[in-house]
Structure formats: structure tokens, C-alpha cells
Ligand binder design. Structure first.
Ligand code: MG
Length: 392
């Protein structure tokens, strides 16, 4: 079997979902997805001539060839690795279909049949902690057992302080990374409101999007200790692993990071220094299923759980779920599209997530069939549907 073509379709979800189709001379195709980002779609097409004519079964070899041949485009990280990830996911789907076996079997089989999903929540425009509690109850009623909120946004104190009627009460401005007394009270009140709304048994994570300085992050993490968080995500900027470690060691609140790292090398120092408690790779962004499994296994030698970041359509999400099933240290995976009512409609058949879990089946590959009508309806305007001429 030989690869004959690589085609893409970019669907306008809450992010542009870059769907990647790898085709062969035997008519078997694989469908993958790359994380969104400027240039990703173009880079998929740049990678195509490297793998056309090759056997799709040699996934490692093909990825290594793409990484090495695209080194000029910057293939140690960033959009190039993300484009390769989309092709890699499509290749595993293709291999699974060719061998009539689910992707999970190709990674050692399943430690679990159901993959726990956490819902990333937004509390709307209001800064009132009660609106966070209300949103939490609403998401829980859809069956989720794990949720995450942004603690930094919307935050009245991250806005231009000149607009604040009491500007001096807020210490925060976008550059100094500080948390003032008023901001701290607001953050703790949000955590308190959500925890009281959902009860003690729900997994609750909070995300800070790399905003704060080390001492402020430590004060925040300690102040949140009574709310028994599953994790506090990215309280400090991601680049300095020693700073991450300092925060992690100063609090009983578990610290999580990893959505900005690429390939196994990108996670090496974080894992070997045990600089956080939980690692959160974005699988269709950081290198793909096999690279994520390598990171998971490395983290597992330090008994660190893995909680993949994920903003993908059902294609990238379920492909990632198959490798999560084969990771000893899998904890929970993100679902970021609670506000996209047609997320499930992008693929045929039963709902992808039921009661907060993806229940894997035994269909070959990732087991999903794209609903082409829905994909066409939401195609990014002016772009091509897997190589067809763009409609006006
Ligand atoms: Mg995050």
C-alpha cells in the first residue's frame, strides 16, 4: 500500500479545526486533525511530498522524515510539529482501518474502555462568582464529573485599570504579574462559589493562563488549598521549569502545565525535575499519538498523571482518546466545545461524549465517519473541502 495524497479541510468550530485526510492507492483513507494555528494547513501541504509514495504503515519513519525534511520550517516545535501531528493522527486511523483494528490496540491495548472528559467552562460576561456557580451546575447537569474554569478571565482586574472606578485597589496590570488583595479575594470567592455549587466529589481544575509571578502564584495556590482542586493550571509563565518547580513545592494544590510544549524533548526537563504534579500535552499539537505515549511513559516513571489539553473536533478528540486508553497514567482529557451545539454532528452516529465519558468501541481506526454535509456547512469560507474547488 502506498500513500497517494494528503488533503485538508478547515472547519470553523470554536477554533479552526484542521482536518487531514491521507489517501492510498488501495482506496483506504485515514482522517486526522491538527490543532489550529497560523500556517498549520499550509505546512500540512508542505509535508505532503515527503510521504507520498511511502507505505502508511511505517508511521515512525514517516514522522521522522517529516521532522528532518522540514527542519528549515522549524520542526522542533510550533506549527510545523502541529501540522505533522495532524498527518500522524490520520496515519494511525489509516493503519487501524487497514488492519481492521482500533487505534488503541496499536498502542498496547486498553487499560480502560471509557475515557473521562472534563468540560472547560466559561462563565459569560459577568464577574459575579454566582454566575460561575450557575454555569458549573449547568455543565454538571449534562453529566460531567470533571470541570475546569478560567480563573483569570473574565476578571475585572485584568482590564485597563483606568476604567476601574477604584483603580488603586487592583495591583494587576498586564505586565507586572502581581495579584493584589482585591484580585485574590475575587479569585478565592470564585473557587469557593464553584466548589459549594458542585460538592466535594467533582474534579475541579482552574486555569491561570501563565499570568503570575512566583510569589503571587504561591500565595494563590495556597489560598485555594481549602477547595481541593484537581489542579491549578499554568499559574506562572511556561518557559522557566525551575520557577514551576518552586511553585509546585510550596503548595499542596497540584500544579499542571504542558499545553505549550512539543515532542518528547520538550517535556524532558519538566518531567525529570518533577516540576509540576500533572502534565497536560495537547496531542494533536505536540507531535501526535505516539509522541504523546512516549511523554506519558516518561512521566509515568515519576508517577506523574497525564491530563491532555484538547480543543479539537470529535476527530482529534476521539483519536487522542484511543491513545489515552493505553496510558497507565491517564487522568482526564479536556472538552472545550460545550458552546458548539453541532460538535457531535460533525460525525455520524451516537453522541461522542455521554455522561462525561467517551466510551470506546471496536470499530477500526478511531471509528468515526465524518458527516460531510455538516463539515461543508461550517467550512472556513474561501477554503477547499479536501481539495475540491472552493465554492464562492
Ligand atoms: Mg490552559
Amino acid at each position: 500500500m502506498k500513500i497517494t495524497d494528503v488533503r485538508t479541510a478547515v472547519v470553523a468550530g470554536n477554533f479552526p479545526w484542521v482536518l487531514v485526510r491521507v489517501e492510498t492507492d488501495e482506496g483506504i483513507c485515514g482522517l486526522g486533525e491538527a490543532y489550529w494555528g497560523a500556517g498549520v494547513n499550509e505546512l500540512v501541504h508542505r509535508a505532503k511530498p515527503i510521504i507520498v509514495g511511502e507505505s502508511p504503515f511505517n508511521v515512525s519513519k514517516l514522522c521522522e522524515m517529516m521532522i528532518r525534511c522540514l527542519s528549515g520550517e522549524g520542526s522542533t516545535g510550533g506549527a510545523t510539529v502541529t501540522a505533522i501531528s495532524g498527518i500522524e493522527l490520520a496515519l494511525w486511523d489509516l493503519v487501524g482501518r487497514a488492519l481492521n483494528t482500533p487505534i488503541s490496540t496499536l498502542f498496547g491495548g486498553r487499560l480502560r474502555e471509557s475515557i473521562r472528559i472534563y468540560a472547560d467552562c466559561h462563565a459569560g460576561e459577568s464577574h459575579d462568582p454566582a454566575s460561575y456557580a450557575e454555569r458549573a451546575r449547568e455543565v454538571m447537569s449534562a453529566g460531567f464529573t470533571a470541570i475546569k474554569f478560567d480563573l483569570d478571565n473574565p476578571n475585572p482586574f485584568t482590564q485597563d485599570i483606568s476604567l476601574d472606578p477604584h483603580p488603586r485597589r487592583a495591583w494587576y496590570e498586564p505586565f507586572n504579574r502581581t495579584i493584589g488583595a482585591a484580585e485574590m479575594r475575587w479569585m478565592v470567592s470564585v473557587a469557593e462559589a464553584i466548589r459549594s455549587a458542585v460538592g466535594d466529589d467533582v474534579m475541579l481544575a482552574l486555569d491561570c493562563h501563565w499570568k503570575y509571578a512566583v510569589p503571587d502564584a504561591i500565595r494563590l495556590a495556597r489560598a485555594l488549598e481549602p477547595y481541593n482542586l484537581l489542579w491549578l493550571e499554568d499559574p506562572v509563565p511556561p518557559e522557566n521549569i525551575d520557577a514551576q518547580k518552586k511553585v509546585s513545592e510550596a503548595t499542596t494544590t497540584p500544579i499542571c502545565t504542558g499545553e505549550n510544549l512539543y515532542r518528547k524533548h520538550g517535556y524532558r526537563e519538566l518531567i525529570e525535575k518533577q516540576a509540576v504534579e500533572i502534565v497536560s500535552p495537547d496531542i494533536p499539537k505536540m507531535g501526535g499519538l505516539l509522541e504523546a505515549k512516549k511523554v506519558a511513559d516518561h512521566a509515568d516513571t515519576y508517577y506523574m498523571p497525564l491530563a491532555p489539553h484538547n480543543v479539537a473536533s470529535p476527530i482529534g478528540t476521539v483519536a487522542a482518546a484511543h491513545v489515552c486508553a493505553a496510558m497507565t497514567n491517564f487522568l482526564v482529557m479536556e472538552y472545550h466545545a460545550h458552546d458548539v451545539p453541532w460538535w457531535d454532528d460533525l460525525v455520524d452516529g451516537e453522541p461522542v461524549i455521554e455522561n462525561g465519558f467517551i466510551h470506546l468501541n471496536d470499530r477500526p481506526g478511531h471509528g468515526l465517519t465524518l458527516n460531510e454535509d455538516v463539515a461543508r456547512q461550517h467550512l472556513v469560507s474561501g477554503t477547499s473541502f479536501f481539495g475540491e474547488s472552493p465554492s464562492a
